[in-house]
Ligand binder design. Structure first.
Ligand code: S3P
Length: 438
């Protein structure tokens, strides 16, 4: 979706200082609601992200008669209805801006006795769904899309799903997870083979719910009919949201910040590796486990960065962090090149084009390619940037505003609510000179 009138105005800021607990992990919050709903018993979630995307998932399950009880701002109890206990929703399930909700629900709903319809906002209604509907069709699912392979999606219930062995053409946790969820309802085992590493939260969380999901290298499998046992999920702070204060602190001279309890799952931590290659000083303190996920306190100190050629193997491990990495590249010395990242064109916006236009608008030289972008670093001037309704584009340019001599005004930022409610207050608390206007 695009066109909200909300904007950020960010002026050059002093050093960023202090401690910030960034909101809960979006990917893990979605999965906690989904698996909690399918479990037998009551699942307790701590650290849930009350952002619009995860609330869309919650509302979808409430519409299928799953009780989701708030115990605090970020605490929830999900009254699981068991693998076969969801009820038919009386209206289409509106998933707003959330690709993860739509793709994972496709897999889960393909195995239900009832039919359902999934819809979303303008951005979500442009995103490709055949990457999920085609493999699901091979398992016996019946799903109708538009001619372009997009939402609205009609899922016909009462289909018998067969297990399948599927080779994904891109490393995608959303596709893998959709197939694993459908696999819970299939007659034979479902095997998913990926061409590269993608985030493994679904596999880890299914295991926490007592489901046997053997993983071997880039292959995972699940047997159908396994019951999920309710559990407690402690959601880490979201590394993808931490990326914005991290890059702002790296760029703004004299900064020194601490971000406690951030998820550092190796299948997600590409940004830390890439920033380290660029010369960043980020220490992982007090590395520990939050349930099935590793977490750490991130200590970030400002310092000079230099451009790098990002190894394509790291791309899926940092897929959501490229907007943040690209603003860091603009302030780095030398050139940063990203290749093998065509997936960025089908995120909440076309992130290659959105970042290229935004960086040019604030005085940075860039070259756009079909599958990546080259950024000539060395500093920014400032100006007006259109976030195109994409939360991560908005927050990346807000971070860059800290060091833009003329400041940066960012338009169409309302969707920051999808993943980082309280962003403005949180960043202002660290010392970013940021205001929001309607
Ligand atoms: C996600 C997987 C990624 C990521 C998205 C969240 C998930 O998408 O970009 O923001 O929670 O599984 P792909 O699996 O399509 O790469």
């Amino acid at each position: 979706m695009s066109g909200s009138s909300q904007r950020f105005l960010v002026r050059p800021s002093g050093p960023l200082r202090g401690e910030l607990r960034v909101p809960g992990d979006k990917s893990i919050s979605h999965r906690a609601v989904m698996l909690g709903a399918l479990a037998d018993g009551i699942t307790t979630i701590e650290g849930f992200l009350p952002g619009e995307d995860c609330l869309a998932t919650r509302r979808a399950f409430e519409a299928m008669d799953v009780a989701c009880e708030e115990t605090s701002e970020t605490g929830m109890r999900i009254h699981g209805v068991g693998l076969y206990g969801l009820s038919e929703p009386s209206a289409p399930l509106d998933l707003g801006n959330s690709g993860t909700s739509m793709r994972l629900l496709l897999g889960l709903l393909a195995g239900q006795e009832f039919s359902s319809t999934l819809i979303g906002d303008a951005s979500l209604s442009r995103r490709p769904m055949r990457r999920v509907t085609e493999p699901l069709a091979r398992m016996g699912a019946q799903i109708e899309t538009t001619e372009a392979g997009t939402a609205p999606l009609h899922i016909r219930g009462g289909q018998r799903l067969h297990g399948a062995s599927y080779e994904l053409s891109v490393a995608s946790a959303q596709v893998k997870s959709a197939l694993l969820l459908a696999g819970l309802y299939a007659q034979e085992p479902t095997i998913v083979n990926e061409p590269g590493i993608s985030r493994d939260h679904t596999e880890r969380m299914l295991a926490s719910f007592g489901v046997d999901v053997p993983v071997s290298g880039l292959s995972c499998r699940v047997r159908g009919g396994q019951r999920l046992k309710a559990t407690t999920i402690e959601v880490p702070a979201d590394l993808s949201s931490a990326a914005f204060p991290v890059v702002a602190a790296l760029m703004a001279p004299g900064s020194d910040i601490l971000l406690p309890g951030v998820g550092v799952n190796p299948s997600r931590a590409g940004i830390l590796k890439i920033l380290e290659m660029m010369g960043a000083q980020i220490s992982l303190l007090n590395v520990r486990a939050a349930g099935a996920e590793p977490i750490a306190d991130l200590h970030v100190v400002a310092g000079p960065l230099h451009g790098v050629d990002v190894p394509p193997a790291l791309v899926p491990l940092a897929i959501d962090e490229f907007p943040a990495l690209l603003v860091a590249a603009a302030m780095a010395s030398g050139v940063t090149r990203i290749t093998g990242a065509a997936e960025l064109r089908v995120k909440e916006s076309d992130r290659i084009s959105a970042m290229a236009s935004g960086l040019e608008a604030v005085g940075v030289r860039v070259e756009e390619a079909a599958d990546g972008i080259t950024v000539h670093g060395g500093g920014v001037r400032g100006g007006i940037v259109d976030a195109l309704g994409d939360h991560r584009i908005a927050m990346s340019f807000a971070a860059l505003g800290a060091v833009a001599p003329e400041g940066i005004e960012i338009v169409d930022v309302a969707n920051v609510q999808t993943s980082f409610p309280g962003f403005v207050g949180a960043m202002a608390g660290l010392g970013l000179n940021i205001e929001q206007s309607a």
